[in-house]
Design a protein around this ligand. Structure first.
Ligand SMILES: Cc1cc2nc3c(=O)[nH]c(=O)nc-3n(C[C@H](O)[C@H](O)[C@H](O)COP(=O)(O)OP(=O)(O)OC[C@H]3O[C@@H](n4cnc5c(N)ncnc54)[C@H](O)[C@@H]3O)c2cc1C
Length: 395
């Protein structure tokens, strides 16, 4: 191993690999991954918009399991709203996606597997990365793509100003079927998925991914949820194949996520859509911009990080707006969420919806004064969330 690299990358998850895909191969890069290979941990459902396919290209295209023309919002009290996205939505084979991404970059950079980054130190513009193998390596910048654990992030920045909006998701792939394989269901219930939602996603005509996210999710609760949705004939489940899950982030990114040459990427940088926790679209946008800024200003890496910050400002703003909506919406009791679905749903269908930019739905809500009055009548609730939203906005 070299003693000095231009760039050290922590983690070989999808965010790091998309970044490497767009990075100029003129850089010397070392990637450290604590696991023995890529794609081992499959915590994600894998739902993405057309933008991921368009941006990432072949690795995403080759990993498509199913394509959806609609999504159905369903509540425990049987309120139903059909969302028709402006462009199709896909579910990816998340393990294959990461492996395909790896194949595009494995010969360009130095990958070290089963090597955990224990610590990083920054002195006189040189970063020192301390490894589990007891070796050290220096670099001009570090891209920290360690995921939602955020251990390295916390070691540099301490805790976030606003408490982490982190919840857990657990899901099971099952042999089974739904009536319409071109549609997936997002299920709202205070009993099964408090402050988040459940999902039923057909992977093909014989396989369904069923999950719940929220504050108190557990395997037992997932089993009860599967029985419940089966009893309502929402899905026919024959057999559970495997169970998996992990932490879902709902905090939007900060205005700035580089500190003295260490830049946070992916879940480590809160690069997620705060309403759904979806990270694959958001981090592919950040990863591409970061790679482009660094490749363009190859000899001024620290300046390049300031350029990257400017290039991503608009996206950060949109995600901060989503963060405020997420905090307010997910805290509402089921009854109030149902009122919103009724108010915006009209005849039960919402067309031309942007699957990634949920903040655009605000204009639909602003056009419903009665709904706004109802929400604001809950003064204490609104004040608490406004304060939170302001903190989110400035951090
Ligand atoms: C239940 C669930 C469902 C989800 N569903 C969706 C969805 O449908 N659509 C969507 O877009 N997003 C979804 N997400 C979110 C998405 O999975 C994440 O945003 C995405 O995986 C983040 O990618 P990442 O590369 O930042 O982190 P990760 O995928 O977590 O990768 C981080 C990598 O870094 C390695 N690592 C960590 N620490 C170290 C260290 N110290 N040294 C070396 N290596 C290290 C890890 O082993 C790992 O390989 C879901 C998440 C969950 C939990």
């Amino acid at each position: 191993m070299r003693k000095h690299y231009d760039i050290v990358v922590i983690g070989a998850g999808p965010a790091a690999l998309v970044f490497l895909k767009f990075l100029s191969d003129r850089f010397n890069v070392a990637v450290f991954e604590r696991l023995r290979e890529v794609g081992v941990i499959e915590h994600c459902t894998g739902i993405v918009s057309h933008r991921v396919i368009d941006t990432v290209g072949k690795p995403a295209l080759k990993s498509i399991l199913n394509k959806f023309s609609s999504l159905r919002i369903l509540t425990e009290n049987n309120i139903e709203l059909r969302i028709i996205p402006s462009k199709p939505v896909y579910v990816l084979d998340r393990v294959r996606y990461v492996k395909e991404l790896f194949d595009t970059v494995k010969d360009k950079y130095d990958f070290y597997f089963a090597t955990k980054v224990e610590n990083i130190k920054v002195k006189d513009n040189v970063m020192k990365t301390e490894l589990s193998s007891k070796a050290n390596v220096c670099s001009n910048i570090i891209v920290n793509a360690e995921g939602a654990i955020q251990r390295i992030r916390k070691s540099i920045l301490g805790k976030t100003a606003v408490g982490l909006a982190k919840i857990y998701g657990v899901q099971a792939d099952c042999k089974g079927k739904v009536d319409n394989v071109d549609e997936f269901t997002v299920f709202f219930s205070d009993r099964f998925a408090k402050e988040f939602f459940g999902w039923i996603v057909p992977l093909n005509s014989n396989k369904v991914r069923i999950g719940i996210g929220g504050k108190n999710v557990s395997l037992d609760l997932l089993n009860t949820f599967i029985k419940f949705v089966s009893s309502r004939n929402i899905v026919l489940v024959k057999e559970k194949i495997k169970v998996f899950g992990g932490p879902i982030l709902r905090t939007p990114p900060f205005w700035k996520d580089h500190y003295q040459g260490v830049v946070m990427l992916g879940d480590a940088g809160f690069h997620v859509k705060p309403i759904t926790g979806g990270g694959l679209y958001v981090h592919s946008m950040f990863a591409k911009k970061l790679a482009e800024a660094l490749s363009f200003k190859r000899n001024e890496l620290i300046n390049a990080l300031n350029t990257y910050e400017k290039l991503t400002r608009e996206l950060r703003l949109k995600l901060k707006v989503q963060g405020a909506i997420s905090k307010t919406f997910h805290k509402l009791p089921l009854k109030e969420k149902e009122n919103i679905f009724r108010a915006i749903g009209g005849l039960g269908e919402l067309k031309e919806v942007d699957y990634d930019h949920h903040e655009k739905l605000l204009s639909t809500i602003i056009g419903k004064p009665k709904l706004i009055c109802r929400l604001f009548s809950k003064a204490q609730f609104v004040t608490k969330n406004l304060v939170y939203s302001l903190k989110l906005f400035f951090q």
